[in-house]
Design a protein around this ligand. Structure first.
Ligand code: GDP
Length: 451
């Protein structure tokens, strides 16, 4: 039987409401020793808020707050849980927690509430991982996709594939193990049809990963251009505040600066680089080398030029660097000044004429980037976003392909089924059905305390 864990579930800054959370059999009675509503808290009605006084270790009243008991199995963890909704003073919450610990609770570790929910079958591993993704979501789309996965979208997508493979294996073992029973033997067509269906479903899921990765992690993007082209001004304009110092002295941005920037529904992890130019001194030379490296590592390069000046060799070097990235576009900046560069001079399929100073022309960017990186996908949990899940599903898909090849080559069905069982093991890792404990430990370490 599990012990009683307790934690502060809310942030460390003063705020309107702060929550103390407990889970484990008997946690309502334990809480009742420090939280005193009119009726004993142990007898409080299920899932109904009651008002009471919270006491510190010395017995002093430290808050008037609301408490709620959710009795097993109808709770987040599947065990008896308690939440105390207090005023959001970090000092008071710390004193309240101390009081609960003194009464016999144990400080919860990171993700321990969700781990209990997983162990008690309230969530599968894809849903547990969605909890972290929901907390970490940096855009509304990322949150919506995580919410869909918390609701079981991946579990529902993977379940039928797993069940189909289970049927295949169990039927096959029945044929092998009970040769005297009159069990219909497998035809190669039946086996190959089942493998085709499983393979297609997995490929469809795996194909969503690139967009899902952009949704969850953002797109690595880099601003490239000669000094004074307006890169820092553009980053500030897109970020919506002055993240980088802007001066008209060339070389002010000496190192790379990274900033998450939302452009429409797309999250860019935007790096502003030291301008690419003939290096004037050792520090700047380092900055230039980093710019070129940033371009090679980026998924999107935004080449920026000062279109009020004719193009120079420095611009051409920046164009070369930008072309190293898988996707690139040109921003002809300073459109508020008379133009000296025409968009057709720039060797990019996409050229936007913009002004970082006035914001003109930048409204075309969201639709463009959404089309490139997110597409029309509904963010309902159907996008695979998690590298661990991708890795395991990829292994499952490869095992299915091996099984199909084996079947074509006339390998005996029992050898084919070894691959099928490997695919099932990999699928089980995704949902947590067959996952190793060290892997689950690593997953729950990513959680915050109190979740
Ligand atoms: P960086 O070196 O490429 O990062 O360029 P900065 O962003 O530091 O800008 C260099 C200079 O150009 C600063 O004086 C900016 O105020 C100016 N600047 C940047 N964007 C524009 C623009 O769209 N129009 C005009 N007129 N000036 C701009």
């Amino acid at each position: 039987m599990s012990d009683i864990i307790a934690a502060i579930a809310t942030g460390r800054a003063p705020c309107a409401i702060g929550i103390l959370r407990l889970s484990g059999p008997g946690c309502a009675a334990l809480t009742g020793s420090v939280f005193t509503p009119k009726q004993p808290f142990a007898d409080a009605p299920d899932r109904r808020l009651v008002l009471g006084l919270l006491h510190d270790r010395q017995g002093r009243v430290i808050d008037e707050c609301l408490g709620v008991v959710c009795r097993a199995p109808h709770s987040y963890t599947g065990e008896e849980t308690v939440e105390l909704q207090c005023h959001g003073s970090p000092a008071m919450l710390a004193a309240g927690l101390e009081s609960l610990l003194a009464a016999g609770a144990r400080q919860a570790g990171p993700g321990e509430f969700t781990r209990r929910a997983f162990l008690n079958g309230k969530l599968d591993l894809t849903q547990a991982e969605a909890v972290v993704d929901l907390i970490d979501a940096e855009t509304a789309d990322a949150a919506a996709n995580a919410a869909g996965q918390l609701g079981g979208a991946l579990k529902r997508a993977i379940g039928p594939v797993y069940d189909g493979l289970t049927d295949l294996c169990s039927h096959f073992h029945a044929v092998l193990d009970y040769p005297d029973e009159d069990i219909e033997d497998f035809g190669a067509a039946e086996l190959s049809g089942a493998l085709d269906r499983a393979g297609a479903a997995l490929r469809e899921l795996l194909a969503t990963y690139e967009k899902g990765r952009h949704l969850r992690q953002g797109v690595r993007a880099v601003l490239l251009g000669k000094p004074n082209a307006g890169k820092s001004s553009l980053l500030n304009r897109l970020a919506g505040y002055d993240r980088v110092i802007v001066t008209d002295i060339a070389g002010t941005t000496r190192d790379t600066v990274e900033e998450p920037v939302r452009v429409g529904r797309v999250l860019l992890r935007l790096t502003d680089t030291a301008g690419i130019r003939e290096a004037g001194d050792a520090i700047e030379a380092l900055g230039v080398a980093r710019s070129e490296q940033a371009a090679r590592e980026a998924e999107l390069a935004l080449f920026v030029c000062d279109a009020s000046q004719p193009l120079t060799d420095e611009d051409r070097r920046a164009i070369e660097a930008a072309k190293c990235a898988p996707r690139s576009l040109a921003l002809c900046n300073k459109s508020d000044l008379p133009a000296a560069v025409s968009p057709d001079e720039l060797p990019f399929d996409t050229v936007l004429t913009v002004s970082a100073r006035t914001g003109a022309g930048l409204d075309a960017l969201p639709a463009l980037l959404e089309g490139w990186f997110l597409g029309e996908n509904a963010c309902d949990g159907s996008l695979l976003t998690n590298p661990r899940q991708f890795g395991a599903l990829d292994r499952a898909s490869r095992a299915i392909e091996r099984a199909k090849t084996g079947l074509c080559l006339g390998v005996t069905p029992d050898a084919v089924l070894t691959d099928v069982e490997e695919a099932m093991a990999a699928l089980g890792e995704v949902t947590g059905r067959t996952v190793r404990e060290d892997i689950t430990n690593r997953i729950f370490e990513r959680f915050c305390v109190g979740k």
